[in-house]
Write a protein that binds this ligand. Structure first.
Ligand code: SF4
Length: 96
């Protein structure tokens, strides 16, 4: 009985419209390259979306997305992830 239940998708109720994927009245944009690896990414009809944020590109304009599960810290001028060296050292000492 319980095996028949499908796991609820984060985008349940979303509808593909002419403008794009509509979810709870908001048009969702597909995830961007920086999002790759994030656990929040959800697939819908062959494209990938973020159920936490409708416009993933905007979340990356001022640094690392604060909802990202795969990256923490800030971005340097070249757009690469930059982690506070003191915090990184403490994390390494704790074995994380
Ligand atoms: S939470 Fe941020 S990094 Fe993750 S998919 Fe959404 S916009 Fe991308």
């Amino acid at each position: 009985m319980a095996e028949d239940k499908k796991k609820a998708s984060a985008l349940d109720g979303a509808v593909m419209t002419a403008e794009g994927l509509s979810f709870k009245g908001v048009i969702m944009n597909p995830v961007v390259e920086n999002c790759i690896g994030c656990e929040r990414i959800t697939e819908f009809e062959g494209l990938t979306y973020c159920p936490s944020y409708a416009q993933p590109a905007t979340k990356w304009t001022r640094g690392i997305c604060n909802f990202a599960t795969h990256m923490k810290g800030t971005l340097d001028k070249q757009g690469k992830a930059k982690v506070n060296p003191l915090k990184a050292s403490k994390r390494a000492a704790r074995g994380r």
